[in-house]
Design a binder for this molecule. Sequence first.
Ligand code: GLY
Length: 402
Amino acid sequence: MKRNLLIQFLGIGGILGLLVSCVTKKDNEEFNVNNMIEYCVDKTRSTMLTLDDADSLPRNIYLYQKNWNKVGIHDWTSGFWPGILWYAYEVSGDTSILTQAKRFTNPLQDILDVPVDNHDLGFMLFCSMGNGERLTKSIEYKKTLLVAADSLATLFNPKVGTILSWPAMREKMNWPHNTIIDNMINLELLFWASKNGGSQSLYDIAVRHAETCMHTLIRPDYTTYHVAVFDTIDGHFIKGVTHQGYSDDSQWARGQGWAIYGYTMVYRETKDKKFLDTAINLADKFIQMMPQDKVPYWDFNDPSIPNAPKDASAAAIIASGLLEMASYVKDENSKIKYQEVALCLLKELSSDKYLSGNKNQAFLLHSTGHWPKRTEIDASIIYADYYYFEALLRYKNLTSRF
Ligand code: GLY
């Protein structure tokens, strides 16, 4: 399969010349997806044995540390560790991992005991319980997910056409209604609920949100703002700004990742071609901007590049998104192009430069969480591991069909 892909790919030329160095490198043959999956499963097994409290969840590891710093269930990243356990169980069939997946997923039900105060419910509950429900068909998980979807939908403003991402920022930042590009990912919970006993309105909200963001958060050149600010009286788009990027007009790398991944998922759920076209345009923009080793700097416009920190999490999200997106692309050359970019990213993340190996408990090094706040810079971060693992599993499924 690899040889066929390579031969067709080399005929494409143009923008792809940029990528040839990755796919023709002799050491490319050394990338073995099964070995990398085994690495993730082994690390998951050894980490799970060190974690005592099921409501204390891995979030980050700084350069000088070995072990995960943990957060409580209300942190936006709480669903990723349970999600990793579900992926590890799915691929290994190891019931000791299943036990741990349930153990770390169950406490997340309590998230719904407090009123919803941000858009992150999808990250928290769909990566964890969503995967758990998919693999076990648990009625309890299903019920919780349906309540979560209804709760997320209460943040929707029909005048604007989007979910309010950060209620707390209305006053703090004077952003009357604000929606962030990351919010795209949480639409998956709404789509799932509408297909599984929830209301049709959840589907309608998700579609309207995606449409509104296409015309506001996505700039005409297919880069993205982090935050869109809207008027609550007439719903108009006031301005695009940043929260975690270098500047309002810069391209925060993970934002581009959320957008590529998010619009691909919205296409999967709607089969509306405009969403796939949007994902493709966002992906082409990423390909145009990506650096030599493909793994993006945390923001494409940081003037200190090439000395700026990288963001392995953005690379992992984009690799996973591209692998799904490529599966919907009809044109064979384009399909191969996106698969090859994803492979380049996975290969680079699986190199000694990005893999943590024995350095710490995570799978990957070199992610950037919040540069403006100077937190989680050049750190291991749990969502980088989650999307890296997911991308490996997607790549394995793709290659095992040949
Ligand atoms: N969703 C928050 C982040 O990407 O940092």
